[in-house]
Design a protein around this ligand. Structure first.
Ligand SMILES: [Zn+2]
Length: 322
């Protein structure tokens, strides 16, 4: 029987472990997921994951696994595979999940953190396919992102490159946990939007948001603000537009410094905001150098939740093809 080579792509989060059989051209031949059950420890999880992958492979008998790519939520050393101080998987500190899974399945394995691999996934199989360089900004609870140049994730001198959330966009802004002030994450993340709205509501500004959260300001979130804006609430609209404006400032800076072929914006918050994107692009244009105003497209992601999984496949294929 003719076989099709596949990478075993894994995406491990605090609650769910996802697996897929993915060809070099990005076709997903099988996919499934199981609960992480993180507290039971890393060895038990890798055993269950290996069993899941064997089962999936049995369902696609002509698929021949040739390597493993793993995306994982937390800080991991891509060279040694060592996983350390993961906030969502505390019991897994100082383990090597990718190597352990590779040993169980008898395959070479590579690992990187999930945020970076989501960027690589968009670059290889998503909106960035066919481009040479890409910068991605991820807007969710926080602000993150990553950089790909000439096919490879750029990690920087010490592996800390791509901390897009800590670009300073307002030097008089609020203190950030990183030690800086007015970072993009403090001005435009989902958390920041909720904080800014809460401050204005607490100061007595009238808004539909108060009714939507039944007076409990702790329940104010970017989702609630999107809902209120959809019903014409001026305060909610104002907060969302303000965040989009700051995102645009960040994007303009990235463009000036890095000159990528394409800038991609993704993440849970950006997905839901119909008013967010055009406003962000307009702000990026307004803050750009003249030479940049029309050059580099700013576009939304296309892979959504699959970006990490496809990025894990892309990593495996890059390593296998050397
Ligand atoms: Zn910061």
């Amino acid at each position: 029987m003719a076989t099709r080579q596949v990478a075993l792509a894994i995406d491990i989060g605090g609650t769910k472990m996802r697996g897929a059989l993915i060809t070099e051209s990005g076709d997903v031949l099988a996919r499934d997921d199981i609960p992480t059950q993180a507290a039971k420890g890393e060895p038990a999880a890798m055993k269950r994951l290996a069993a899941l992958l064997r089962r999936m492979n049995a369902e696609v008998p002509d698929a021949e696994p040739v390597g493993i790519g793993m995306a994982i939520a937390g800080t991991v050393d891509p060279e040694t595979g060592l996983f350390y101080n993961p906030p969502n998987l505390p019991a897994w500190h100082d383990t090597t999940p990718s190597l352990d899974l590779g040993e169980l399945l008898g395959l070479p394995a590579w690992v990187h953190n999930d945020a970076s691999l989501a960027v690589l996934g968009e670059y290889v199989y998503g909106i960035g396919a066919g481009t040479k360089s890409l910068v991605m900004v991820t807007l969710g609870t926080g602000v993150g992102g990553g950089l790909v140049f000439d096919g490879h994730l750029y990690g920087g001198h010490r592996g800390y490159a791509g901390e897009i959330g800590h670009l300073v966009v307002d030097s008089a802004g609020p203190q950030c946990a990183c030690g800086g002030r007015g970072c993009l994450e403090m001005m435009a993340s989902g958390t920041a939007m909720a904080r800014i709205a809460r401050e204005r509501l607490a100061a007595g500004e009238p808004s539909l948001v108060t009714k939507l959260v039944r007076g409990d300001l702790d329940k104010v979130s970017s989702e609630v603000l999107v809902k209120a804006e959809g019903q014409g609430d001026p305060l909610a609209g104002d907060v969302l537009r303000g965040a989009a404006d700051y995102m645009g400032v960040g994007v303009a800076t990235l463009r000036s410094v890095l000159d990528p072929e394409i800038i991609v914006v993704g993440g849970g918050v950006s997905r839901n905001l119909h008013i967010f994107f055009p406003r962000l692009v307009a702000s990026a244009k307004a803050h750009a150098m003249n030479v940049d105003k029309e050059l580099c497209p700013v576009v939304p992601t296309v892979l959504g939740d699959d970006a990490g999984l496809l990025g894990a496949a892309a990593l495996a294929w890059q390593k296998l093809r050397g």
